[in-house]
Write a new protein. Structure first.
Length: 273
């Protein structure tokens, strides 16, 4: 626990500096780097014996998809990035026929998922950052996800009795899940009040709904990528972050939350000037 707290004490101020103080393209670099690391960890988890260059292809593509959205719309580079990764993976597949063992098609599908689908979801942060009051909007998935995780953990430890998904995540409880929803809604509304005090116009009822739906997305993201770990037979995706495991272990809930909130705030502006 001490290691987890120390990692958070170092990481959270750095995240706040990038989100609130630095230029928008720095957010693209941060999210692109995180997405690339997650792509690498996911592929290594699914097949540790896979050639590292396959993971490198996916990681570079993931970085580019997130980073370039800081400057351009998706339509300008998504298809070229997808085609480049598609071509490289199928070239590897065809070349693998020269000797045994041949590369399975699942390796191509996994690389396309890690290198394209994953960063498209993760780049919700960048799309939020390009909206009105973008810096504050981009922080919203962090507020929702971290408060949901914290609420679920502490309520689950103190009050948890009924297992939520024992075959996927044995420590998660129904009581903890409810605590995550309540904490996420409460902290999201507090965040909205802070923004109102800073001069922003905030639709608090809709922001509360965002807190609920964001917590739902966060919990589903955590469970879905935990299920992938169970299928692969590993405890953590990596050891990059002390006390947390790999980057994917820390960001699995953020992937779903960022994508969903980017959609919601595009349809219904919640934070405006």
């Amino acid at each position: 626990m001490k290691t987890r707290i120390l990692s958070a004490a170092v990481g959270i101020p750095l995240l706040l500096a990038v989100f609130l103080l630095l230029p928008e393209w720095c957010l693209g670099i941060l999210i692109g780097g995180i997405s690339g690391i997650c792509a690498w960890e996911l592929l290594h988890c699914l097949d540790p014996e896979q050639p590292p260059r396959i993971s490198a292809y996916a990681a570079v593509c993931a970085f580019c998809i997130c980073f370039l959205q800081s400057f351009y719309g998706l339509e300008l580079f998504l298809v070229p990035a997808l085609f480049a990764l598609f071509a490289l993976c199928f070239a590897e597949l065809m070349l693998s026929f020269r000797k045994e063992p041949r590369m399975p098609f699942s390796a191509v599908a996994n690389a396309l998922f890690a290198g394209v689908v994953l960063p498209l979801l993760f780049s919700g942060f960048v799309r939020l950052g390009r909206m009105e009051c973008g810096r504050y909007c981009a922080l919203l998935p962090l507020v929702v996800s971290f408060s949901s995780d914290a609420g679920a953990y502490f309520v689950g430890v103190t009050l948890g009795k009924h297992k939520l998904t024992p075959h996927i995540s044995p420590n998660k409880t129904l009581e903890g899940s409810v605590g995550g929803f309540v904490c996420a809604i409460a902290l999201t509304l507090v965040y909205g009040l802070i923004l109102k005090a800073l001069g922003c116009t905030v639709n608090l009822p809709v922001l509360g709904v965002c807190g609920f739906l964001g917590s739902l997305a966060s919990q589903l993201g955590d469970l879905s990528f935990s299920a992938v770990k169970r299928l692969a037979g590993v405890k953590d995706y990596g050891r990059l972050i002390p006390g947390h495991g790999g980057m994917m272990d820390r960001c699995d809930s953020l992937i779903w939350a960022a994508a969903l909130l980017a959609l919601l705030l595009r349809w219904v502006p919640v934070i405006t000037t």
